[in-house]
Design a binder for this molecule. Sequence first.
Ligand code: NOJ
Length: 729
Amino acid sequence: MTQEKLKELLQDMSLEEKVGQMIQLPADVLTGNGLVTGPTGTTQLTEDQIGMAGSVLGIKGAERLYELQKRQMEKQPHRIPMLFMLDVINGFETIFPIPLALGCTFSPELVKETCAIAAAEAAACGLHVTFSPMLDLVRDARWGRVMESPGEDPYLNSRMAEAMVEGYQGDLRRKDKVAACLKHFAGYGYPEGGRDYDNVELSERTFMEDYLPAYEAAVKKGCRLVMTSFNTLNRIPSSGNKWLLRKILRDKMGFQGVVISDYSAIEEMVFHGVAADAREAAKLGIEAGVDIDMVSNAYAGHLAELVRSGEVSEQLVDEAVLRILQLKNDLGLFEEPFRAVDSALAEKLLLREDFRQKARETAAASFVLLKNEGILPLKKTETIAWIGPFVENPELYGAWSFPEKPEETVTVRQGVEGKGLSHMTFAQGCYLMDPGCPTKYGRVINPCDEQADLWLREALEMAAASSRVVLCLGEHRDMSGEAGSRVSLGIPEGQMELLRKVRQVNPNIVTVLFCGRPLAVKEIAGLSRALLVAWMPGTEGGNAVADVLFGDRVPQGKLSMTFPRTLGQVPVYYNHLMTGRPNSPREIHLFKNGYMDEVTAPLYPFGYGLSYTEFSYSEVSLDRREMKAGETITASVTVTNTGDTDGVETVQLYIRDPAASVARPVRTLKGFRKVPLAAGESRKVSFSIEEPMLTFYDIDMNNTSEPGKFQVLIGGSSDTENGAEFVLV
Ligand code: NOJ
């Protein structure tokens, strides 16, 4: 449809019809069921309002969506097709590792491919929009939603943001693409105390410099939608924050797409105490620039009347509706309301063999080897006992995955058995969750204590009779994700007891951790000879675990979020500011920055991860020591694989600005390169450093660089001290 036709359509629509476009229904209103993650106001809608609604979230299934589109369009005065949206976070039916794990691949290329697969599967099943990428920078592992973010670094998250938008969206006219919706705008990743939905307290400078870049990178790649966040920022809830949505998002970042509220977030402004009632909340929402009200009754109940009473200009409604119609038009829905929905194609696409292979490759690349005392890779001839509640658990996907066929997930046991080896034994060992443990859906009831005793006895016998034990432990998938905040960073006590007891009969323990957040693993690491973090690896998780443990693939992931030594260090992240009393991170000195009972260094820092070989780095060489604006300095190192196994190293470039008009982080990531190196091979790796990489928000809030000394650090982790200096003149 041409722009003129689109505008004509808008002019021909009644006010009620226009408001309808701005309403998003939850699935249950139309189908009687669907994922509900909070109270909705849509029970108050009339039949007419439901008929005129512009979009719906949370429905899956090609045939259902086809039927729904047909039914709804008949009710629409102008036969406007609906938009179908869903949380396709790390895969649709082929499930990939959780986004935090995807961050650990340090491979935007791989991540882009996973998103393209998710988009193809989702589009064939009738979806138009995915509520992804989630780009909230995360620094506090108590928050359950860290699993949804690429991690703690603005630069890495920005590269992942671009990859995800390109993967999902690319050219939106293509039938195998869906529109991307970045979220949660903005700053949702730093709730006080790690409590979900809590207030976010950030200085404007930290917000602009650390939190905005990833959102901005997604906008620059053409991301078509933005979702507001639940939290307050500077004491203003995002769905009513004009500064945020108009000045920063639209004016500064140049966003022209659709802004959608988070689930009920417009009406929740009443509970935030910034609106007296839903009517006032609706006014705040539209004035701030929220185009679609996700599932609350604010717009549906009040917007038309606010316009009629002259309190809200119809112009604002028209602008919002035009943006929504534009998106529908760009998706080609006016010409083809059923777009890509195709049951036969879906049948062929979902879980296609090459998709599964990509999931296997990605999962393996996301695993992070934290410790290895020469016990990995396992020898295929050894007797190995595979013990723990994750050995046969098919729920190896994160909290935002809802596969129609969960039984398609490869368990660890199936992955090991797929290797066709003898001498492998398998045991449950203990329950995954402790009895009485709270979950999002109630408290855990473990059916029978006797069963637990039997499992333990069997596991200990197996462990004692084997040369190696692989313990598969971790968090249940529902212990992270939305509403998955925790005050402890351990695994359930029953699993810890299993580990301690196994250790007494066999010290040759490899622990594989399945989790949705960084955990405090000091004791686990101490009791294990090797420790591999497998996160929530998805459909091919079991195969990937077997591949990596037996050395058929090498571990190559690097942490995208810091692992603390202890919960009390949280929030802990590598790019913290310099202080006036700097301390050696590995020592305790009173009256210097830190604690009296623990060092400040985390257990495993950002960027850290081992392989089955070792890499050495030459000193950093710079092709010149002085830079003027517009010039480039080339920083190089030679990286050598010093072992006898091939490997892949992620070479990381950090820059430090030791003196500026405001305090600067101790270092910030400015580049990375994944380098495959055969055993014994050396390779020169170079990075170009340019003046825009040195900018920050100065004392007057100008984004600029300041002349002076800079340090360049290049190594295999954020704690590298391998550096050189140059001067910006
Ligand atoms: C609430 C969550 O905060 C958001 O991330 C999600 O996309 C919506 N619910 C829709 O499910």
